[in-house]
Design a protein around this ligand. Structure first.
Ligand SMILES: [Zn+2]
Length: 137
């Protein structure tokens, strides 16, 4: 078996995501912060299909969650899975790409849980967009 080292896995995850958080789409080049490798299912394995690139804020607020309670229905809603779901089907940019809006229960739950529209990141996105560096293509 051709087992990859953790550093090789991290490099592949980073390249696959083109240096952008796979939840909020913040790019490493804009934020200047080193992205982290998130286990989509925290109890899952260190395999590429269970890993994604995440910024510190998304990774920290997601923590070990995979499902969150919908405040409207009280039902459990799975968080967005970057490996099995398509970002633009669950999220869209609003306010000149300053804010992320959830389009589906999954999108709304993920925006809320990961606090994707914290005031400092909204201001940063406005500045990146004004400079032509946001949203990512
Ligand atoms: Zn993020």
């Amino acid at each position: 078996m051709n087992e990859l080292s953790w550093s090789a896995i991290k490099r592949l995850v980073h390249e696959r995501a083109r240096g952008c958080c796979e939840y909020c789409q913040t790019s490493e080049d804009n934020s200047g912060q080193t992205m982290q490798v998130d286990h989509i299912d925290p109890s899952g394995d260190d395999v590429l299909n269970n890993l994604c690139l995440a910024c510190w804020n998304c990774n920290n607020h997601k923590h070990k969650a995979t499902v969150v309670l919908d405040s409207d229905t009280g039902e459990g809603v799975p968080l967005f899975n970057p490996r099995t779901q398509i970002w633009h089907e669950h999220f869209e940019w609003t306010d000149g790409a300053a804010r992320v809006r959830g389009l589906t229960p999954v999108g709304r739950a993920t925006v809320a849980r990961l606090k994707m529209n914290r005031p400092p990141i909204v201001v940063a996105r406005m500045r990146w967009a004004a400079g032509g560096h946001h949203p990512p293509k």
